[in-house]
Structure formats: C-alpha cells, structure tokens
Write a protein that binds this ligand. Structure first.
Ligand code: ATP
Ligand code: MG
Length: 595
C-alpha cells in the first residue's frame, strides 16, 4: 500500500522537560495505583470532591483555582476555597429545590463562573450534568434536553428568552429553570440564580456517589450523523487525573488554559475536571476566538500550558507571525491540540513561532479522556496522534463483511483504531440507544470509527474517519494525508477532501480549500495547487479537482464536515446539521470549542 507519506518524511521535535520523572511514572503505572490516588475511592468517589474539596482539605485552599476573564475585560479570581463554597451553594440550592441523585441538570450558558459552580455543585449532589453549547439554536437544544429527560436548566436570562422560553412547556420533565444575569427581570416561572446563590448555605456534605454513579452526559459533535448522548460515571475522574499529567504535563501550581467550551467534552474533562484534580490554576475566557486577545491572555496570565484545537491553530497561522512577535510568551511550556487531525505543517509552524511543538492527542466523547498522545517526555512526531496512555491498550483491527474481526499486526497497515475497554472514563451507554452502543463493540474491542495505522515506534497515525476513506483505482486514500499536503502550500488556510463516485476509478478525490488572506481565487492558483499536490502525492492520490471556498462547513466544535461537502457535491440530502456552524460566518466564532 502506498501509505504513509507523512511519516516517511518525518522530522521529530524533542522536548524533554523531565524525562526520568515521566518514565518512572509510566513504567510503574497501574490502574490499581491510579485508583489509590483518588482519595474517596473505595468508600464513595466523587469528581467534584477530587477536583476541589480535596485540595482545601489538604491545605491548598488559598491557591487560585479559576481566573475568569469576562468579555468586557473584567477579571475575577476564585481560590479553591471559593470554588468549594460556590459549588456548595449551588448544591444546597438544588437540594432545596428537591433535586434527587440521578436528576439531570442541563446548562445553556456562556463560560461564566456560574456554569463552573453548577457543574461541580450538581456532581456534589449526585446529579447528572449535561452542558450544552450556548451557540446552539432552539432546535438542537430542545432535542438534546428531550433525549436527556432534563429536570433542571441553568441558563442566562438572555439565552433562555431567545432559545428556550417558547417551547419550555413541551418538556414535561423540566421542573426548574435557574437564570443568572437577570438584573431584577427574572420571569415568574424561573428562579433568579444569582440572588438564590448568595442566600444559600456554603457548607455541604457531598453525596456518597459510587464509582458507577452517572455523572455527565455529553453529546457527540455530530460530524458523522445524528449526535449521540454518551453517559460517563464518577470513576472517570481516575483517568482524568492521571491523563492530565501524562498527556498535558499538568503539575500543581501551573497556569493552564483549555480553550474548549464545556459544551463539548474537552471543555469539561480537560477544561474543568482534569486540571482541577491536578491542582492547577484554570484560565476561563468568556469571549470568542480573537487572535490578539488570545496572545494577550497567554502573555498577561503567564500561561504555562495551553490546550487548543486545530481549527484555532490554523486560524492563528492564517493571521501570521508578526502578531506573535509583539508578545512575550516565554512562560508557555507545553502546547497541546485535540479534536481533529493536526496537520504536520501546524506543528512545524508552532515549533518555529513559539519555540515549541503542539502535542497532538486523540480521543472521543465516548472515551471520556485522552487515549493517545504525543507525551511531554517523548519526541513529537508531527502528523501523528501519539502513543497510548498508560493503562490504555490501542490496536488496529479490520472487520469483514460478516462482522469477523481480525487484529492487524503489521506496522503501517491501515485499519480501524480500536481500544480494549476497561479504562475508567469509558462511556457506559448511549442514552436511549442500546443498539448503537452495542454496535461499537466487536470481540473484546471498542471500535472508534476512525482509521489509523501504527508505526514501528508505537505511534498512531490518523488516516480519516472510516466513512470518509476514499477508494480510488485500487488505492485507499485517507483525506487527512491529502489535506495536509494542501495545507503545506503557502496560499492554503484549510482543506477538506472527499471522494465522489466515478465510473472508471470507483471514486475520485475532490478537494475544497479556503485561502489565507491576500491570495486570490483564480485558475492560476488552482493549477499551482494541483501541481503541488501531484508532486507530493503522485497523480493517483492527488485531487482530481480543487474548489476554492470562503469557508469550509464545520461543526460548532470546529470539525470539518466532510459528509456535508459530499452531500452538497452530489446533490444529496444534508442529513442532521444541528451542529453545523453557518458556512457564511467567518469560522473563527467558535474556534477551539472542541473535542
Ligand atoms: P459524531 O460521533 O457525532 O460523528 P465526532 O466523532 O466528531 O461526532 P467527538 O467525539 O467530538 O464527535 O470527536 C471525536 C472524533 O474527533 C474522533 O473520533 C476523531 O475522528 C476526531 N479527532 C479527535 N482528535 C483527533 C486527533 N488528534 N486527530 C484526528 N482526529 C481526531
Ligand atoms: Mg464520533
């Protein structure tokens, strides 16, 4: 097979901050040990206890847990003690309202302190929290709250009036709506969250949730079809905690910024739980993506660790390097990326402009936490997703038409990326979709739906989603490889590649590209891009046609929707587009809101 081009031309970046520390921990890792590091484990495990209260009990309550930067330029700091008391207040409020363990609390909120208090407070009382992305329209909100049997909604007055009030009565399960930022205008059928929080008691005894108590409900991004509701349990915290150390280099006292919104699993697992468990100081920025603001935050807050998404990185690349040179980003120690394949070009760029590579890592809403990563202590391979985390067994498998699974033991051979179930943050079900859940498993493997291969060093390389793989004239073509080559061209900001049916070749490769500022869409440029792609990929793999677009269709979590490019190209129905961000908008509105 004529794969893999990327890793043959590889240049490794090595950044080895504390090799012995990592290797010692890696080699001695066991789930038993990781579980033992969770304080409540054995007599009742609770994510919020581990994330917040534990640090107060251990004498670290005065450390800043969260620094909140408002859209308007306000800056508020919350110590671990503050966060403990604020979440206690929220838990007491839920208690007064008669909330029972297992009740579902949804949020439709911007990144405000109330949201963080609500998540932690709900976990303390044994409720299940489901954060929704605030930019959703009324329909996706209603369908998710209906699927999830929502009992409580936390929102702002503005978002509620605009997106929920009109259909609220149709949702029978919904008992209470708690609204912040009401400024005295709270509707009669809602509760003024801010005033009730200030009245609530700040002492609360955390419920004795067990390892298997449901804690979080997260909907997938909807990139490949209708979003699924993945249920996670309190035991997930075991993986959240230790993966933060291995994959993100989190150490107590670090200042850490995860740009993802809690409406996506990254914004909860690694925007709240993992960093707090590792006692870092979280930066929470309420505002949307803006390159200048982002560099200002990195500089002013002296961010050490920055976790973001390929869409955001590509947009920063698009803006250019001059802007970066105006800032002192010397406190940055570790950079990581997730959510989509990270083109090697982006890693090379980051090494040049920040002096450090982005460390790509891979996981899914279903896995609840990072599964593969370019570790801090190992060389970064640009274009690779990295190696399995300690305790995670990953493999490449093939499933034939009869449903027979075989393991691929040949390095470099493409197959479906699969994982051996059993890690703590693994989802326990797709809510109300038992069949879909069952279909994720075969033999003793969990099937990810992504295609990949493993190299001789044990690094895994993303090829594409199984559904996006292109079969052209006997070649198997992964969209990511073609996209990465196109993005190498100086004019290209991002690329989406699909296969469309062809009588002769079976399928042919079509590419869509968005340009960097200053480049004009014309025939000459298309010819140059074609030549570049042919030179790098060969004519069998290079796109047969390249279309230039202002923007590519993306999910609100920043993923290119190739299925939509294909449906549009073929004039087919668009399918579920509840998570589509309008193509007409400049894509930067929600950049980094991932996985
Ligand atoms: P849906 O399952 O509803 O179609 P989705 O798979 O995009 O949506 P998520 O769980 O948010 O929903 O995203 C997980 C997927 O994102 C992975 O299966 C993979 O395809 C992609 N992904 C995440 N990280 C990476 C990465 N580092 N490299 C390549 N792909 C990645
Ligand atoms: Mg998925």
């Amino acid at each position: 097979m004529d794969f893999p081009i990327i890793h043959k031309n590889l240049k490794k970046f090595s950044l080895t901050p504390n090799l012995t520390d990592y290797h010692r921990c890696y080699q001695s890792f066991s789930w038993q040990q990781a579980r033992a590091n969770i304080k409540g484990y054995g007599k009742g495990i609770n994510i919020a206890f581990e994330a917040v209260d534990r640090h107060v009990d251990e004498g670290n309550g005065e450390q800043n847990a969260l620094i909140w930067l408002s859209k308007k330029g306000e800056r508020q700091t919350y110590t671990y003690t503050d966060l403990k008391m604020l979440s206690n207040r929220f838990a007491n409020l839920l208690d007064q309202l008669g909330t029972k363990p297992g009740d579902r609390v949804f949020s439709l909120a911007g990144r405000t302190p109330q949201l963080y208090a609500a998540i932690l407070g709900t976990l303390k009382i044994g409720g299940v929290f489901c954060p929704l992305f605030s930019a959703f329209g009324p329909e996706p909100i209603q369908s998710r709250m209906t699927i999830g049997d929502a009992n409580i909604l936390v929102s702002s007055l503005k978002l509620y009036k605009k997106k929920v009030a009109a259909w609220r009565d149709q949702l029978n399960t919904l008992q209470h709506v708690l609204l912040y930022d009401c400024k005295g205008q709270c509707p009669d059928d809602c509760i003024d969250l801010d005033s009730q929080l200030s009245l609530a008691n700040d002492q609360f005894t955390i419920c004795e949730t067990s390892a298997e108590t449901p804690a979080l409900l997260h909907f997938t991004s909807g990139t490949t079809g209708k979003p699924k509701g993945a249920v996670h349990v309190h035991e997930a915290v075991v993986h959240h905690k230790h993966s933060g150390f291995y994959a993100l280099d989190l150490h107590p006292g670090d200042t850490y910024w995860c740009t993802a919104d809690p409406g996506w699993v990254t914004g909860t697992s690694y925007g709240i739980i993992s960093p707090l468990c590792n006692r870092v100081t979280l930066i929470v920025d309420e505002a949307e993506f803006d390159p200048e603001r982002w560099y200002q935050i990195l500089q002013r807050e002296k961010v050490n660790i920055w976790y973001t998404a390929p869409t955001a990185i590509r947009m920063l690349m698009k803006v250019g390097e001059e802007l970066i040179q105006q800032y002192d980003l010397s406190n940055l120690r570790f950079l990581a990326s997730v959510g989509e394949p990270l083109n090697p070009e982006a890693v090379t760029w980051s090494q040049r402009v920040f002096g450090k590579p982005f460390h790509d890592n891979w996981w899914q809403t279903e896995t609840g936490g990072i599964m593969l990563a370019n570790f801090a202590a190992e060389p970064v391979k640009p274009g690779s997703m990295g190696q399995p985390l300690p305790g995670i067994q990953a493999g490449i498998v093939r499933v034939d038409e009869q449903g027979q699974l075989t393991e691929v033991n040949q390095q470099g051979e493409i197959g479906e990326l699969a994982l051996k179930p059993g890690w703590p943050s693994m989802f326990r079900e797709y809510l109300h979709e038992a069949e879909r859940y069952k279909n994720c498993f075969n033999s003793d493997w969990y099937l990810s739906g992504d295609l990949a291969y493993e190299d001789h060093d044990g690094y895994f390389w993303f090829v594409g989603r199984s559904k996006d793989l292109i079969k052209s004239a006997g070649h198997l073509i992964g969209p990511f490889e073609v996209e990465s080559v196109l993005v190498e061209h100086q004019a290209v900001a991002e690329a989406g590649v699909i296969g469309i049916p062809d009588d002769v070749a079976g399928e042919i490769v079509i590419a869509y590209v968005a340009l960097k500022p200053g480049y004009e869409a014309n025939e000459e440029l298309i010819t140059a891009l074609m030549a570049h792609a042919r030179k790098k990929l060969g004519s069998a793999v290079a796109p047969r046609a390249i279309h230039i677009k202002d923007n590519l269709p993306k999910t609100r979590s920043g993923k290119i929707m190739r299925r939509l490019l294909k449906a549009r190209e073929l004039g087919l129905p668009e399918g579920d587009i509840s998570t589509l961000e309008s193509d007409e908008h400049p894509p930067h509105q929600n950049a980094g809101d991932e996985v």
